[in-house]
Ligand binder design. Sequence first.
Ligand SMILES: NC(=O)c1ccc[n+]([C@@H]2O[C@H](COP(=O)([O-])OP(=O)(O)OC[C@H]3O[C@@H](n4cnc5c(N)ncnc54)[C@H](OP(=O)(O)O)[C@@H]3O)[C@@H](O)[C@H]2O)c1
Length: 271
Amino acid sequence: MFSLPKAVVGTTQFWYGTNPDLFETMLFAVQEGGINLIDTAEMYGDGRCEEAVGELIRTVGRNSLCITDKILPEHANSRDFFASLDRSLTLLGTDYIDLYLLHWREDADLAEMCSLMEEARTAGKIREWGVSNFDTADMEDLLSVKYGENCRVNQIFYNPLHRGIEFDLMPWQKEKDIRLMSYSTLDRKAARSTLLEKEEIRSILETEHIPVEALMLAFNIHHDVCALFQTKSVTHLKDNLKGLTFDISPYMEIIDRACPPPSAKVPMEKR
Ligand SMILES: NC(=O)c1ccc[n+]([C@@H]2O[C@H](COP(=O)([O-])OP(=O)(O)OC[C@H]3O[C@@H](n4cnc5c(N)ncnc54)[C@H](OP(=O)(O)O)[C@@H]3O)[C@@H](O)[C@H]2O)c1
C-alpha cells in the first residue's frame, strides 16, 4: 500500500498578499509540527500557491517535504499535460512532484490521463499519481483502462458529518489498496458548530481536553483516511495536531450514535 502520513496541510489560501501569517504557520508545521506533506494545485491562486510552496521548499529543503499537486481535467490530455506539469514544477522550483492528482474527472479521457501519468512517472517528473473527487463508479471506470491500477490515492470530501463514502467507496478502495485522503476535513464553521451542538461530542471534548477540530482529524485517521486540513494560525495548528495522537477508538460507539454512518449509497459529496 502507498505510504501516506496521518495528516497533510493544504494551501488554497497560501499566498502572501492575502494572508501574511501563512508562511510562518506553514514553516512551523514542517519544522516543529512534524508535517511532511503539503497539498497544492495548479488551480489555487492560479499558480500563486505553488509559488509559495516553492518558497517553503527553498527554506526547509526539498528532502524535508513531500508535495501533492493537482492538474485540472481540461489539461489532462496529450496537448496540455506536460505544459501544465512543467509550469507547476517551475513554480514549485523542484524537478519532481511526489503525488500528482487529477483534480476532478469532468470529461477527462481516463485512458489518456493514465498513460500521461505513467509517462511523467517514467520521466521522473512525478513519483506517484492519483485522482480526486472520484466516486465508486468513476474508480471502476479508472481501473478498467490501461495503467488505471497504478492509481495510488483518491482525494475526497469526508468528515464525521459527511460519511457517505463509508458505504461503498471506502471498502472498495481498501480492497484495491488505493488510499483515501480527505479534504475539507474540518469542513465549514457551521459544520463544526453542528458537532458542538451534540452533547455526546461535547462530553468527549471536555473529558479529553481537545478541540472539536482535533476530534475531526482523529476520526478520519481512525478510518485510515489521511487527513488534509488548512489553517493560517499556529495556535490552531497546534490544536489540530492533538488529533494525530488522540486515541478515538474508545469513543467510536458514541460518535456513531451522534453521527451515524450511511445505511445506503450517498452520491459523492464535494466542496
Ligand atoms: N481536491 C479537492 O477538490 C479539494 C477541495 C477543497 C480543498 N482541498 C484541499 O484541502 C485543503 C483543506 O480543505 P479546506 O481548505 O476546505 O479546509 P479545512 O481544513 O477543512 O478548513 C479550514 C478552515 O478551518 C479553520 N480552522 C482550522 N483549524 C482550526 C481550529 N483549530 N480552530 C478553528 N478554526 C480552524 C481555518 O481557519 P484558520 O485559518 O483561522 O485556522 C479555515 O477557515 C485545502 O487547502 C486544499 O489543499 C481539495
